[in-house]
Ligand binder design. Structure first.
Ligand code: NCD
Length: 306
């Protein structure tokens, strides 16, 4: 049985196959409309979500399956003190596959050790968010027609942003990837990722504070929200929250073929006047998130459609 805790749980070949499958689903959705008939997906969300939960559910519904779950810890027995391991043992009796989001790093990993169904990590604290990474990779591949030889700017909260951590882990396996890490000093990429992932894989990167300095060199600009819920005090968050605002003026500094991604939700870091720029890819990214999760559910359930 397979789980998805981190993007590294899939080899590069498996990942490329999964992205190909997602692309085929996009081209011929009706071919897959009954692939998961009789199967159930449980969404166990201990933390708020719009896209991740609903796109997993939409994915299962598009495959002809059904969904059940909870969308906050308050409405589950977690509020009575039930452990993640007891919850997953229970859910294993009700569903065929589950997606779990939890504020504690490693909670989905604990779940998969006690689960008899595949567990998808739908975001664990400031650690990883592998299905967002699959979405990001499919988006990059579609807008740039490649996943290698790219200069990627990661901007915003690189310290707490789990989508950034997972994306870096996945991209360092492709050749010719270069990162420009754009953040205030307080929100730099954690040292363990710089050393264990970037340095160990001999990845070229530089760290800058000003977004304007990086823009002209980028193929992709990956914007992120300052992760309010991970801050220890409100004051620090307020000081950081509007550090970067991408607007029409700044977009003039970017190449014609530099695309902007954002895992969403956006707060103020991308001005709405950027939305109708053809290089704004963040709403397309949302749509790709459904196809890629359909491909993931099929892969983890080992269901093949000819
Ligand atoms: C991200 C997350 O939950 O980490 N959202 C998402 O799943 N698309 C990014 C964020 O919340 O800032």
């Amino acid at each position: 049985m397979r789980h998805l805790m981190s993007p590294l749980d899939l080899s590069v070949e498996e990942l490329d196959n999964l992205l190909d499958l997602a692309q085929d689903i996009e081209a011929s959705p009706q071919k897959y409309a009954h692939a998961c008939e009789g199967k159930k997906l449980a969404t166990l969300f201990y933390e708020p979500s719009t896209r991740t939960r609903l796109s997993h559910e939409a994915a299962m519904l598009n495959l002809g399956g059904s969904v059940l779950g909870f969308s906050s810890a308050d409405s589950s027995s977690a509020s009575k003190g039930e452990s993640v391991s007891d919850t997953i043992r229970t859910v294993s009796c009700y569903a065929d596959i589950c997606a779990m989001r939890h504020p504690k790093e490693g909670a989905p990993m604990v779940a998969c050790q006690h689960s008899s169904i595949p567990v998808i990590n739908a975001g664990d604290g400031g650690h990883q968010h592998p299905t967002q990474t699959l979405t990001d990779l499919l988006t990059i591949r579609n807008v740039k027609s490649r996943l290698d030889n790219l200069t990627i700017g990661l901007c915003g909260d690189l310290k707490f942003g789990r989508t950034v951590h997972s994306l870096i882990n996945a991209l360092v396996r492709y050749t010719g990837i270069r990162f420009i890490l754009i953040s205030p000093e307080e929100l730099r990429l954690p040292e363990y990722i710089r050393h264990d992932v970037l340095d160990r894989n001999h990845i070229e990167y530089k760290e800058v504070v000003r977004l304007e300095d990086a823009m002209p060199d980028l193929d992709i600009l990956y914007m992120t929200r300052v992760q309010k819920e991970r801050f220890f005090n409100e004051e620090d968050y307020v000081r950081m929250k509007d550090f970067y605002i991408l607007d029409k003026e700044k977009m003039k500094l970017a190449p014609e073929d530099m695309y902007v991604l954002h895992p969403l939700p956006r707060v103020n870091e991308i001005s709405v006047d950027v939305d109708d720029d053809p290089r704004a890819a963040y709403f397309r990214q949302v749509q790709y998130g459904v196809y890629v999760r359909m491909a993931l559910i099929l892969t983890l359930l080992d269901i093949h459609v000819d």
